[in-house]
Design a binder for this molecule. Sequence first.
Ligand code: SAM
Length: 292
Amino acid sequence: MHKDIATPIRTKEILKKYGFSFKKSLGQNFLIDPNILRNITHYAGLDDHTGAIEIGPGIGALTEHLAREAKKVVAFEIDQRLLPILEDSLSPYDNVKVINQDILKADVGAIIAEEFQSVDKIMVTANLPYYITTPIILKLLTENLPIDGLVVMLQKEVADRISAVPGTKEYGSLSIAIQYYTEAETVMVVPKTVFMPQPNVDSAVIQLTKRKQPAAQVLDEEFFFTIIRSCFAQRRKTILNNLVSQLPNGKQKKNDILSALSEAEVDPVRRGETLSIQEFAKLSDALLPYFK
Ligand code: SAM
């Protein structure tokens, strides 16, 4: 077993050797605690039949743990300056492929088809760049990729919103968008001291396990998400008032909206934050004929 990259001493050594300076704009906060990394890989449930996708390997702190446990690792890194460092730090492993691409622009489906031909399971495991946490997770969930789950480090505040249950102030359209595709659980809250440099916010690790079927069946997915966004447009407003002000010709169609609410058995004076995914699904199906 090689010496871990993720210790303060080794990380500093590598940074110094390459004269590397952190770019805040790329969310570069590297992990310097091997225990946290062991926990992340534990929750990801990796084995030699599993492919791991990493976003932002940095200098390879998490990557080497993935390489030890998974069959193959594909890591997307946007910062070219890190490529020679990764080549060096990951040289003991022959099952890692680093791809110098912006994850938000990459054709992840095509890369999975090419790189993961003989794995039984694919897990996304990463310490995410915090400036694009939500777009990354939503991209990976909505592009219909053969991914089984994600175990990722992110801002605690975002983890709280993703895993929130109805009736709490954290519950909103992000909770629903992600819980529609996955079962979400915050598995670790992480102190700032495990990063170099330390981020300004608290962090957490979230485990997202892909559902075989979405959490609710709907007639029109796009309309379902439009209705959810409308119902949370102004959190203090009732569902009825939000729908009236957000939907096209909502004012004129108030009676139609009331009929749909009644058909879906949703009290018009409730607030969006009290509705379950299943209730939003019923409501969106009942509204659909009036608006499409
Ligand atoms: N995995 C390393 C660790 O835990 O020490 C680094 C994690 S750091 C929070 C985020 C990494 O994502 C950085 O290496 C950064 O350069 C990279 N990154 C930022 N934006 C990216 C993007 N759009 N696509 C791919 N990688 C990105």
